[in-house]
Design a protein around this ligand. Structure first.
Ligand SMILES: Nc1ncnc2c1ncn2[C@@H]1O[C@H](COP(=O)(O)OP(=O)(O)OP(=O)(O)O)[C@@H](O)[C@H]1O
Length: 271
């Protein structure tokens, strides 16, 4: 495997405070890589820099071998690096199918001139996009909500729709933010299965921030641990969970005899 995301000595200062401090890590092509760490470790700040919503104070970020440091998120989107889940982006008054069909950009019919003067081409493009949207619904096993207004979906179904929207762009890398937040266990299981299938069957790379350690254990290898703005360690979840340094980072220096990072799940659980 080779690295698709490389973060090299990246720092982010807010005033005099180093939220991310000389951080170096990489995400291998074809992996599902987890990013964990106690509250305030710098995970979101790092994600924001990789996703192009924050500019690093210093350091370099490479995507697929190219320097993308400081590029805005729409430029990264065009390179097929996408971030999803933290905020649901659905258009609530449109159906699930229409939400998917909205995604591909550069549709000829979007311009007035295209719509008026190239109706055949517009019709063919729209048909191809519709077919693709239907394939995506089929892949995600949510064809039954195809004509439902997106605003009526449950929290978990909205996340499945978000995943579908990334599929419409043939993403290379998807940054996932807190998949489990606000999702019931059954739909979380569907989401996790779809992420596994997108990874195994379609070769998607995922970079995942998650507080639910069961989900991290199911999906991610390797897992990178951040603490105090830097990478503390990385490896297989089984090793991470028993690493005394990691336990100490989660429990503030007073690990009990039987504490593990899995217990931090409760400590970190959010409403
Ligand atoms: N815009 C900002 N201005 C000032 N400080 C910030 C800003 N954004 C983040 N911070 C600080 O940087 C540190 C890292 O925050 P960050 O949100 O990246 O951590 P995190 O690991 O994602 O935490 P959590 O798990 O709680 O989301 C925190 O101390 C936070 O208060």
């Amino acid at each position: 495997m080779s690295a698709i995301i490389e973060v090299k000595s990246v720092s982010k200062r807010f005033g005099g405070f180093h939220a991310v401090n000389d951080c170096t890590l990489s995400v291998e092509k074809g992996s599902v890589t987890g990013l964990i760490g106690p509250n305030g470790a710098g995970k979101s700040t790092l994600f924001n820099m990789v996703a192009g919503t924050l500019e690093p104070t210093s350091g370099t970020i490479l995507f697929d071998g190219e320097d993308v440091t400081g590029l805005p998120s729409h430029a990264l989107y065009k390179r097929r690096l996408l971030r999803t889940f933290q905020i649901a982006h659905e258009f609530s008054n449109m159906t699930v199918l229409e939400n998917l069909m909205m995604v591909p950009d550069n549709q000829t019919g979007e311009g007035l001139i295209g719509a008026w003067f190239m109706p055949v081409r517009v019709g063919r493009e729209e048909e191809a996009i519709r077919r693709k949207a239907e394939e995506v619904l089929d892949f995600l096993k949510i064809t039954h909500v195809k004509t439902e207004l997106a605003g009526n979906l449950s929290g978990g179904q909205k996340k499945l729709l978000e995943l579908g929207r990334t599929m419409m762009t043939d993403a290379k890398v998807v940054l996932l933010d807190e998949i489990a937040a606000g999702v019931n266990r059954t739909l979380l299981n569907d989401l996790a299965s779809n992420i596994e299938r997108l990874n195994r069957e379609l070769g998607y790379t995922f970079f995942v921030i998650e507080h639910d350690m069961d989900l991290i254990a199911r999906l991610c290898d390797p897992v990178i641990v951040m603490a105090a703005g830097s990478v503390m360690t990385q490896g297989h979840i089984a090793d991470i969970q028993n690493d005394p340094r990691v336990i100490e980072a989660y429990f503030g220096g007073s690990p009990t005899g039987n504490a593990t990072v899995a217990h931090a799940n409760q400590v970190e659980a959010r409403p």
